[in-house]
Design a protein around this ligand. Structure first.
Ligand code: FMN
Length: 192
C-alpha cells in the first residue's frame, strides 16, 4: 500500500511530526512518501493520503490549504486523514473542539471527509522561529518548550491506519490516546 504524507511547516516542528507518522506507517508495512507541501506531487497513484500543517493565528499554513484545494478531487477519491500541530493542544484535549474548528470549514467546503483528524501539541522553541514570530509569541506570553508527544502520534497512526486501509495491530493503542475525532464529531468519520 502506498501512502503520501504531505506537511506544511515554518519552524520544522510539523515536519518532525510528519516524519514520525511516516515511520509508524512504514512499520505497519506501508510504502510511504513524506513530502513538504511545496514539492508534494498530486496524490494520484497513492492508495491514501495524510495532510498536516502547523497553525498561525487559527489557520493552517496557506500552502497546505492551497494544496488540498488544488487536489481536492483526488484526495476525496482515496482514504484521507489530516493532522494539525499547534500550541493550543499542549494541555491535552481541552481545546480540541477549537482546534478542529480551524480546519473543519475548509474540509466541509471541499467536501473532504477525513477518516481521522490528529491534533498534536507543537513547540515554542524561540531559536526555531524568525524574529517577528518570536516577538508575537513572547508578547502573548506563550510558555516556551517542546510539547510534542510522539507517543500520541504513534497512537493516532495505530487508530487511523486501518481506516486508511492498512492493517496495523491495535494491541498497543492506549484507550486514553485514541483519535479525538473518533470520540467526538462523528461527521468526520467514514463508515467502515
Ligand atoms: C505567529 C504565530 C501564531 C500562532 N498562532 C497559533 C494559534 O492560533 N493557535 C495555536 O494553537 N498555535 C499557534 N501558534 C503556535 C504554532 O502552531 C506552533 O508553534 C507549532 O509548533 C508550529 O509548527 P510549524 O512551525 O511546523 O508550523 C502560533 C505560532 C506563531 C509563531
Amino acid at each position: 500500500m502506498k501512502i503520501l504524507v504531505v506537511y506544511a511547516t515554518h519552524s520544522g516542528c510539523t515536519e518532525d511530526v510528519a516524519r514520525r507518522i511516516g515511520t509508524a506507517l512504514r512499520q505497519g508495512g506501508a510504502e510511504v512518501k513524506v513530502i513538504p507541501v511545496e514539492s508534494a506531487p498530486a496524490p494520484a497513484g497513492f492508495d491514501a493520503v495524510i495532510v498536516g500543517s502547523g497553525v498561525r493565528a487559527g489557520k493552517w499554513h496557506g500552502p497546505a490549504i492551497r494544496w488540498i484545494e488544488k487536489h481536492a478531487a483526488a484526495v476525496r477519491a482515496i482514504p484521507h486523514a489530516m493532522f494539525t500541530v499547534c500550541l493550543m493542544m499542549r494541555d491535552g484535549q481541552k481545546k480540541a473542539p477549537e482546534v478542529l474548528a480551524f480546519t473543519q470549514p475548509v474540509f466541509d467546503r471541499l467536501d473532504l471527509k477525513p477518516v481521522g483528524v490528529g491534533l498534536f501539541p507543537g513547540w515554542f522553541v524561540p531559536e526555531k522561529f524568525p524574529l517577528f514570530e518570536r516577538i508575537i509569541l513572547k508578547m502573548m506570553k506563550t510558555p516556551r518548550g517542546d510539547f510534542r508527544d510522539f507517543d500520541a502520534v504513534d497512537s493516532w497512526v495505530s487508530v487511523v491506519a486501518p481506516r486508511l486501509g492498512l492493517a496495523i495491530s491495535m494491541d498497543d493503542v492506549p484507550e486514553n490516546q485514541a483519535d479525538p475525532v473518533a470520540e467526538g464529531d462523528s461527521s468526520l468519520q467514514v463508515e467502515m
